[in-house]
Design a binder for this molecule. Structure first.
Ligand code: GLV
Ligand code: MN
Ligand code: MN
Length: 409
């Protein structure tokens, strides 16, 4: 049994047009009007394939394929259709199309396994509002506080959910019983340079890094930018800038096993001629080791405090989002290894520095991921690209893994 290459490619091209930017990228933030367009497209894709379509209370869209046992345990396959601002065509989209294509192919071949197969598009994987919203809601990992401060504010979040006819208070109803979940598999582009540089076709993911996010707000005092002597300013902009430089130095000197990103700084009031009164700094930290991640977080808090004091400013820390590092299931890694060998695909085992819905599943049921090479190792930008044959290899491997998994249940 093989994947229908032409059909998969046609669907990839069609989906890539929804939210396309003029630089060949995708701008499809979760719950935006274009995300809704992509969701409508996906529903049609699923229904045209003759698969059962469902959407849950968190907006997760599913295609279902039942074999001999309609109430049997479920193998979920999935990823996300939402993108980061001005992102790429492959991140998430490939995994959702792969999942639906695998079900379509098995359905055409009169699937009669004991496992129910479900292909899912998870809501807001990228965290435009709340990171991994859909998969966490499905797995009962969402707390009321997670919904209290969405990144774009509560009003934008509610308006986005309303576009789907959803209510924030109902999100928890998406929760599934873990006993129903047999396993989770996801195909994704690597988003880094390892596979492409090594000439490997497939990455079998061993684990996913832990991720912490927090907004540090430096507060000084607004004042006249021309008349206030330099040594009398309580300049929040200076505190934010010196913090950024010190944070980079801290990682370079003492935390080489970690990465950080300052993805945004917002100046208030934000004017040429006003000394910044406050600057909000969005900081993200990642590491495979939880102890190291925690130590880095504490160290950067201390650095921020020191820089605030040095600039006669104060520091206010926002709520922090925290996802622990997870390991992928050993049994599923072995199954993927064998399937890759049988397909003659050169593979390597590797860790993921990117976050994925698979990390929500890893603590609830066996979960694993298949990576395909990213040309130039770039992602979360319009230049993100993977050779089509590389994408196809990943989807073929997913199909063979699903067949092998359902045969062994
Ligand atoms: C998701 O793409 C992430 O790693 O932030
Ligand atoms: Mn992403
Ligand atoms: Mn992704």
């Amino acid at each position: 049994m093989r994947i229908n290459d032409e059909r998969l490619h046609r669907h990839f091209e069609a989906l890539s047009r929804i939210g396309a930017t003029d630089q060949q990228g995708i701008d499809r933030p979760a719950l935006s009007a274009v995300d809704i367009q992509a969701r409508t497209w996906l529903q049609q894709r699923i229904e045209t394939a003759g698969l059962e379509y469902r959407m849950d209370a968190a907006g997760n869209q599913s295609a279902l394929l039942t074999g001999r046992q309609p109430d049997g345990p479920r193998l979920l396959l999935g990823s996300h259709l939402d993108s980061v601002p001005n992102g790429g065509r492959f991140d998430g989209a490939l995994g959702v199309l792969a999942a639906v294509e695998v079900l379509h192919t098995l359905s055409e071949n009169n699937y009669a396994g004991d496992i129910v197969l479900e292909a899912v598009n998870f809501t807001d994987e990228e965290g435009s509002h709340v990171g991994l919203l859909g998969s966490r809601a499905m797995l009962g990992q969402l707390a009321a506080e997670d919904l209290a401060n969405p990144f774009l504010g509560r009003r934008a979040f509610e308006a986005g959910l309303q576009r789907l006819g959803l209510n924030p208070d109902d999100l928890f109803a998406a929760r599934r019983s873990p006993s129903q979940l047999a396993a989770y598999l996801e195909v994704h582009i690597e988003q880094g340079p390892v596979l492409a540089e090594a000439g490997d076709a497939i990455g079998i993911v061993t684990g996913i890094v832990g991720i912490r996010r927090q907004t540090f707000t430096f507060q000084g005092m607004a004042n006249h930018a021309g008349t206030t002597p330099m040594d009398r300013r309580r300049d929040a902009g200076r505190a934010a800038a010196t913090f950024a430089v010190s944070a980079w130095q801290t990682v370079a000197q003492a935390y080489r096993d970690c990465v950080i990103n300052i993805g945004d700084m917002r100046y208030h009031p934000g004017s040429f001629n006003v000394v910044p009164a406050a600057v909000a700094v969005d900081l993200e930290m990642r590491a495979a080791d939880e102890t190291r991640l925690k130590a880095l977080h504490q160290q950067l808090l201390a650095v921020a405090q020191a820089q605030a004091s040095a600039c006669d400013s104060t520091l206010a820390c926002g709520p922090h989002e925290h996802l622990g590092p997870v390991a992928m299931d050993e049994g599923l890694q072995a199954l993927l290894t064998q399937a890759a060998q049988e397909l003659g695909l050169r593979y390597r085992k590797m860790a993921s520095g990117a976050g994925h819905d698979a990390q929500s599943f890893a603590t609830v049921c066996p979960a694993a991921m298949i990576f395909v090479p990213s040309a130039g190792g770039v992602s979360h930008c319009p230049q993100e690209f993977s050779e089509w044959q590389d994408c196809l290899n990943g989807v073929e491997l997913l199909l063979q893994a699903v067949i092998a998994f359902s045969a062994h249940q």
